[in-house]
Design a binder for this molecule. Sequence first.
Ligand code: IMP
Ligand code: MG
Length: 173
Amino acid sequence: MRLIDPPLITSEAIQQRIMELAETIASDYGADPILMIVVMKGSLFFAADLARALHRALSLDYIRAKSYAGTERTGAVHLLHLPETDLAGQHVLVVEDILDTGHTAVAVCDYLRSQGPASVRLCTLLDKPSRRQAGVEADYAGFVIEDHFVVGYGLDFNEGWRHLRAIHRLEEG
Ligand code: IMP
Ligand code: MG
C-alpha cells in the first residue's frame, strides 16, 4: 500500500481543530473534572494532544478494543484491556480515533456506562457517517470524512502508519 499525498488532513488542520474541540469541551464540562478514557491504540496521539490542550482537572486511563483485521471488519468487538480507574461518579470522556460502523464505540460506551459513571460523552477525531451501522453519534467530532480508508495520526493499516503527523489516504501498490 502507498500513501496518497498531499494529506487528506494536514497536521496544522488537526492541531487547529483540537484547540477548537478543547474550548468546546472545557466550556461544556465547567468545573467537573474529566476522566479521559483513551481507546487504544488509534487515539493515542489525538488523546495526547487533546488532553494537553485542556488546562483543567483531568485524569487519563485507557481501554483497548479491537474489531478490524486490515480494512476488513470482523464484526465482533473485543475489549482487550479495561480501565483500572474506578469509574463510579466520574465524568467520562471517551476519546476515539474514528467512528466508522460505530460498533467499537457502542461496545466501549456500553461497558463504561455499566460501571456507574456520572456521565459518558464521546469525542472522535474522525467521523465516517456514511458507514454507520450502530446507532451512535459523537458528542464531539473533529472532521467528517467520506468513505476513505485513512492512516496516520494514530490510525493504522495492519499496525503500520500510525506515526504520521497528518492523515493520509492509502492506495494499492
Ligand atoms: P467501527 O467499530 O467500525 O466504528 O470502527 C472503529 C475502528 O475501526 C477504529 O477505531 C479504527 O481502529 C478502525 N477503522 C475504521 N476506519 C478506519 C480507517 O479509515 N483507517 C484506519 N482504521 C479504521
Ligand atoms: Mg485500528
